[in-house]
Design a protein around this ligand. Sequence first.
Ligand code: ASP
Length: 525
Amino acid sequence: MIQSRVFVLYTGGTIGMAPSNPEDPDSPLAPQPLENLLGFVPGIQGNPLGTLKSARGAARDTTAPFFELTNGNRIEFGFASFANPVDSSDIGPAEWREIAETIATHYDDYDGFVVLHGTDTMAFTSSALSFMFGNLGKPVVLTGSQLPVSVIGTDALPNFINAVCLAGYKASGLPLIPEVVIVFGDRILRGCRASKVSTSDRAGFDSPNYPHLGDIGQKIAVNSEHVLPPPEPGKTFFVNSDLVDKVFSVSLFPGFSDKLMRNLFLDPEIEGLVMRSYGAGNVPRNPDFRETIRRAIKGDSVAGPAISGGRLIINLSQCSFGSVDMGLYETSSSLLETGVISGLDMTPEAALTKLMWTLGTQSGQERIKQMQISQRGEQTEHVFDLHFHGACLESAHGEIAVSSNPDERLDRNRICRAMLRIDSLRVGNAEAGDRVRIRALMNPPAASKETGADPELRCVADFTIKMETARPADTYVKNITDKTRSLIGDSDVTLVLIGEVSKGADWIPAEIGFSALTISVFAKA
Ligand code: ASP
């Protein structure tokens, strides 16, 4: 007989609710103690209440209650409950910490964990826990139900039993899922990819931009190819619960007031914003709105009340399916220049909790970097920004050579897109109407004679622009994916920018300068 040990933490939610007035079945539902819930779960042998602990209570009881599975194996339980079970509308960072710390306390004693939780904010909790846990090697399964456990035809029992089987994978013979997941209805979903999609369907959750980790029919089928690998041997589990909750989410709508947005940022407490934009990340062209965004990030103050900078602003689509693609349309490309971060295909729950966690655990430029990297499989791609420092220097010789050191996590074999971005191009010796040709060479050989390589083969971008004025112009974005894949190499990336300006029939070296030069490399997570 194989035995698994599963720890169940009850936080509240419909699963354990009953009418607040027992005499009136139509009175509003209110959370009840765990004892009531367990009274409706058939098949638990032993006395579950004998092991009931406060959430962070003492170690396990030796006379643990258990489930006898049809394969003859056993799942042994430990139970704990929030002191006051709640509707999940009342769950926030303090409760996420309590859940995380409870699991950490019992981590070594159990094979898996089940968190019984209200459905309304379950996807926020599953996302937050995903980020808070480091080196998670065991299943943490959140579940709840649309109908209370006491109601005939409730979905509470199958959800509870499926969650327990997944957490007690050794006894039930299922593959290990070393992730925070939601088990609900007929699906197993990655916690930081899931959203509540129905107020009443049994399949109340889905993960619009990621395949199900498993499907539940007559049997539970785990789609192991989509599951994250366990941590490397020797890496120990930890909890990092430093979250900054001074964040906001705003969903744009036609006619929204840029003034209200500005007022929001006048509050120096606000450190981050998830901006729900249209389609693939588009926002109105309204200059006042864009200026507010720019100031909230860059912080330089112009006339009027000061807006301090340094905020993280995440661009997230209002669409559930698909990804933000800043630069695809004119209406989003200037956001790149202001430093808005793409939320790619994250769920709103993941974006918001990742923002809180990133603000709490990182500082300075590292915040931007970590926000763009997939931490727990919450987004399909990593984004690595290669900033070419020194690019802003003016060059009178028509050539600027700069280099950047990519993050060690960038896997060159997984590059799916590379975008070159030149912000605020200046050409000192161009007049309005002149044409300017810019070529970008990647990693040109130090001595081309020696290597015999043709520098032109190193050209990742070659474009000509008609200068409207000689002053800072727009952002130029070029897709340089194909050449980057073959040229990027394993160490620092060098970029040589060659500028020429047309003077009549002649091309002469251009005095080029930029405010920033960046390559955003998108790599499969
Ligand atoms: N309001 C309930 C909650 O989130 C809804 C549910 O559990 O289904 O706690």
